[in-house]
Design a protein around this ligand. Structure first.
Ligand code: GLU
Length: 424
C-alpha cells in the first residue's frame, strides 16, 4: 500500500508533508484501526476550479480555486475558505485534513474540508472581491451544501464574504439556505461569539495548559505572531487575565515592549494600513528577533511552517499555543519536545472557531438563537473536556499532546469508517 499521490509532491516540511508525518506518528497507537489508516492519507475528493471575473478596468482575470473534502466519515465536510496569493492544492489538502482531525478532536459531528482561492484580496476592489467570491461559490456549488460541506471564514475571509457565499448558493438552489456557510453576519443567521471564538479557544486551552504547568498567567509574558482575528483576540483575553503581551508580529513587522504593549492602542493601530508597527508604544525590532524574545507563552497565529527547527531552538517560551493551522514543522516539534516546551497543537488549540461554527449551524437549523453567555459557556466546556481527555491520553502513552490529539481524533474517524464499512 502506498500513500504517494500522483498529484502532489510534498516535502518533509511542506503542509501536506507535515500532516503525513503527524499521521505516521499516531499509527502505533491506533491498534486494529491502523488497518484503515491509509484513509487518512488520501483526500476523499479535491475540486480545482477556474474563477474568471471581469475586472473594474474591463480586463478578464482568472484565479485558481480549490475545495478539498478530506474525510466525510463522521459527517458533512467543514472548514474555512482562504484567500491568499500563495494558496495551493497541497496547502488546501493539508488544511482540510487538519479540519478532519480538529472536528474529531472536539467531537463535532463533521468531517474535514477546506477551500481557497489563489488571489491577493488586497489588490481587488470590493466589487471584484464580490465577483471572485460569487463565481467561486457557484463553481464549488456542486459539492457544498448544508448537509454535505459547510464553508466558513479563514485567512482573509470574513462575515461579508460568507454573506455573498450564502446568497450565491441560495440563488442557485432557489431558497435561502443559511446553513450552507458559518461565520455569517448576525442579521443572516450568524451566531453571537463566532468572531472571537477562535481566539477565545486559544485562551481557554492556554489557560488550562498553564494551570497544569504551574505557570501563573498574572505577569506571564506572551509573544504573538499574527495579529488578525485569532492573535489579537487571544492577546486581549490573556491581557485581561493579567498577562503581559511583550511582542507582536504582523505583516508590517515586529513590535516589542517588555513592560507589556498597551492593547487599547495597539489593536486599532494594527487595523490601519501602517499595521502593528505604526503603534508608538513599543520598539520595532527585526522580524527574526521575534523568535528569541524573552517570553513564557508563544502564540503562532499566522500561517503554516513558521516554527522551523532553527526557531524552535531559539524560543524562550515554556508553552506554545498554536492559533494558526500547521505553524510547527515536524523537526521543530521534536526539538520543542526535547527542550521541554509544551505545545498545545492547532487541532485542539484553534478548534474554538469551528466549535462556534457548529453552534451557528445548529442554531440555523432550529431557527432559535442563543445568547452570548450560553455560547461561551458551552465553548469553554467543550474545549476543556477535549483538552483534559487529550492530556490523559498523552500521560497514558507518554506522548506529546499533538500525537495524543491525533490518537483521540483518529480513533473516532477510523471507528466511524469501519462501522460504516466500504461501499459497495
Ligand atoms: N477556518 C477555521 C479553522 O481553521 C474555522 C473553520 C470553520 O469554522 O468551519 O478552524
Amino acid at each position: 500500500m502506498s500513500s504517494v499521490l500522483s498529484y502532489v509532491q510534498p516535502t518533509a516540511n511542506s503542509p501536506w508533508g507535515t500532516y503525513l508525518s503527524q499521521v505516521d506518528r499516531v499509527i502505533p497507537y491506533l491498534g486494529d484501526l491502523a488497518r484503515w489508516a491509509e484513509t487518512l492519507k488520501r483526500p476523499k475528493r479535491a475540486l480545482i476550479v477556474d474563477v474568471p471575473i471581469e475586472m473594474d478596468d474591463g480586463s478578464i482575470a482568472h484565479f485558481e480555486g480549490y475545495r478539498v473534502q478530506h474525510n466525510l466519515s463522521r459527517g458533512p465536510g467543514k472548514g474555512g475558505v482562504r484567500f491568499h496569493p500563495d494558496v495551493t492544492l497541497e496547502e488546501v489538502m493539508a488544511l482540510s485534513a487538519w479540519m478532519t482531525v480538529k472536528t474529531a478532536a472536539v467531537n463535532l459531528p463533521y468531517g474535514g474540508a477546506k477551500g481557497g482561492i489563489r488571489v491577493d484580496p488586497k489588490k481587488l476592489s470590493l466589487k471584484e472581491l464580490e465577483k471572485v467570491t460569487r463565481r467561486y461559490t457557484s463553481e464549488i456549488g456542486i459539492i457544498i451544501g448544508p448537509h454535505s460541506d459547510i464553508p466558513a471564514p479563514d485567512v482573509n475571509t470574513n462575515a461579508q464574504i460568507m454573506a455573498w457565499m450564502m446568497d450565491t448558493y441560495s440563488m442557485n438552489v432557489g431558497g435561502t439556505a443559511t446553513g450552507v456557510v458559518t461565520g455569517k453576519p448576525l442579521h443572516l443567521g450568524g451566531s453571537l461569539g463566532r468572531v472571537k471564538a477562535t481566539g477565545r479557544g486559544v485562551f481557554v486551552t492556554g489557560r488550562e495548559a498553564a494551570r497544569r504547568l504551574g505557570l501563573d498567567l498574572r505577569g506571564a509574558r506572551v509573544a504573538v505572531q499574527g495579529f488578525g482575528n485569532v492573535g489579537s483576540v487571544a492577546a486581549e483575553l490573556f491581557a485581561e487575565a493579567g498577562a503581559k503581551i511583550v511582542a507582536v508580529q504582523d505583516h508590517t513587522g515586529t513590535i516589542v515592549n517588555e513592560n507589556g504593549l498597551d492593547l487599547a492602542g495597539l489593536v486599532p493601530a494594527s487595523r490601519t494600513d501602517g499595521g502593528a508597527v505604526s503603534f508608538k508604544g513599543g520598539d520595532v525590532i527585526d522580524n527574526e528577533a521575534f523568535w528569541e524574545v524573552a517570553c513564557d507563552i508563544l502564540i503562532p497565529a499566522a500561517l503554516e511552517g513558521q516554527i522551523t527547527a532553527e526557531r524552535a531552538q531559539k524560543t524562550k517560551a515554556r508553552l506554545v499555543l498554536e492559533g494558526a493551522n500547521g505553524p510547527t514543522v515536524p523537526t521543530a516539534d521534536d526539538i520543542l519536545a526535547e527542550r521541554g516546551v509544551l505545545v498545545v497543537p492547532d487541532v485542539i488549540c484553534n478548534a474554538g472557531g469551528v466549535t462556534v461554527s457548529y453552534f451557528e449551524w445548529v442554531q440555523d437549523f432550529s431557527s432559535f438563537f442563543w445568547d452570548e453567555d450560553e455560547i461561551n459557556v458551552r465553548l469553554d466546556r467543550i474545549m476543556m473536556n477535549a483538552l483534559n481527555n487529550i492530556w490523559d491520553t498523552a500521560d497514558k502513552h507518554k506522548i506529546t499532546l499533538r500525537t495524543a490529539t491525533y490518537a483521540v481524533a483518529c480513533e473516532r474517524i477510523l471507528m466511524a469508517r469501519q462501522e460504516r464499512g466500504l461501499y459497495p
